[in-house]
Every structure is written in C-alpha cells, then in structure tokens.
Write a protein that binds this ligand. Structure first.
Ligand SMILES: [Fe+2]
Ligand SMILES: [Fe+2]
Length: 233
C-alpha cells in the first residue's frame, strides 16, 4: 500500500471519532469499487474517499470561523446550515494539511454534500459512495441505490439527489441552492443519455427492418451461424 495513504489513514484514525473513521474507510473502499467499474484511477478515488470528511470533526461555528479565516466563500445556504461547510473546508484541509494538489480530488471533496452542476466522474463516484458505503443503514432506498450505482452512475446520482431533496422538504429543512442546481443538471444529463439510447435503438430497428447497416446491405447471422463462424478460428 502507498506510504502516503497509510500516513493519512493513521492521522485520520487519531482525529476522527470511531464511527466517522469507519464510515471514511467504507467510503474509500466504495470509491475504489466504483472506480474499477467505471474505469477511474483507483488511488485518486481512494484518496478522495479517505479525506472527504476530514473536516467533519469541527462543529458548525468553528467551521464557519475557519472558512472565514482561510478566505473560503460561504453561501447563504451554508451560513444557514454550517455543517455543509465540512465539504469545502475538507478540500482546504486536503490541500493545505495533507498535501493533495490534484484538482479532481479537491473538487470531489468540495462538492460531496451538495453535488454541483457539471460533476466529473470522480465527483459522482464520491457523491454516490458517501451514500451507499457498506456501513450506511438509515436511508430506505439503500438496496436499490447500491444496485443502481454499479449499473448507471448518473441515474444513481440523480435518484440520491431527489431522495435527499424530498427528505429535506418533508422536514421543512433549509435547502442549499447548489443542491437544487446539481439535481436540475443531473436530470438533464440523465434525460440526454436516455434520448441518445432511444435514438440509437430506433436506428438499430430501422437497420434491421431494411436489412441495411451504414448504407450497406447486410443480413443478420443466426446464433448457429455465428458459432460455426467462430469455430473456424
Ligand atoms: Fe460529508
Ligand atoms: Fe461522509
């Protein structure tokens, strides 16, 4: 295992309470699993998972003070609910205290509570991993989200965002504008993906009915023909 990862784990174990530390390990492992599934760098995914809650050991008032001291911009929503600040402050700690310079990792940590429009693959991996990691047990849609995360990451992201928003609305909690903007953007991405797949399916069906593909005549081979064809090699 990488020396840097071992050092960070050791440090986090000292700084975080045991439940937060176990959650952190669960998120790091889930980030790696999703990175394997979607072809992302495993070490970067693990680092993002390990450090995502590194600032969660401070209470809201302390986080607000620290953000102001370090010039971190605080939104209206974050001022109303300073617990959200552990994401932005965590990215600051990852850079300044743990020496992480990779902008993809810092971005994923900074937006892991609210999401944001235009999320990168790592942003989505961390956002989803934080929700589905093995030690989570409260949300009623966990089984479905754990399955969906490995089938369609964008759709899993959207379903989680919608679930969180409806939970917050049902309890009259304040909602950060970024959470809403992230959800609107993810809905657009999922719709565009679905439209694309539908268009491709239509083209495939047209090709099959006309017997043409890319303008050329072609005949679909039966399974038997295919197998016989492969046997020749
Ligand atoms: Fe968090
Ligand atoms: Fe977390």
């Amino acid at each position: 295992m990488d020396e840097k990862i071992l050092k960070i784990r050791k440090h986090l174990k000292k700084k975080l309470d045991p439940y937060r530390y176990e959650h952190t390990l669960g998120v790091a492992l889930t980030c790696q699993a999703l990175a394997m599934r979607y072809g992302f760098d495993l070490e970067k995914a693990e680092l993002a998972g390990l450090l995502h809650d590194c600032a969660k050991r401070f209470d809201g008032r302390v986080m607000l003070e620290k953000c102001e001291r370090h010039g971190i911009v605080v939104s209206e929503g974050e001022r109303r609910d300073p617990s959200l600040l552990h994401a932005k402050l965590g990215a600051w700690y990852a850079k300044e205290k743990y020496g992480v310079t990779d902008v993809e990792i810092l971005s994923a940590i900074a937006c892991h509570t609210t999401g944001k429009p235009g999320m990168t693959l790592l942003d989505k991996i961390l956002y989803v991993a934080d929700y589905i990691e093995p030690r989570r047990n409260k949300a009623d849609n966990l089984t479905e989200m754990r399955r969906l995360a490995f089938l369609d990451l964008d759709l899993a992201c959207l379903k989680i965002m919608e679930h969180i928003l409806s939970y917050l609305e049902s309890r009259d909690c304040s909602i950060d504008a970024m959470t809403v903007a992230a959800c609107v953007d993810m809905r657009r991405i999922v719709k565009e993906g679905a439209d694309c797949r539908l268009e491709a399916k239509k083209e495939e069906m047209t090709d099959e009915s006309t017997g043409k593909r890319n303008g050329k005549n072609c005949r679909r081979r039966s399974g038997g023909e295919k197998r016989r064809g492969y046997k020749g090699y």
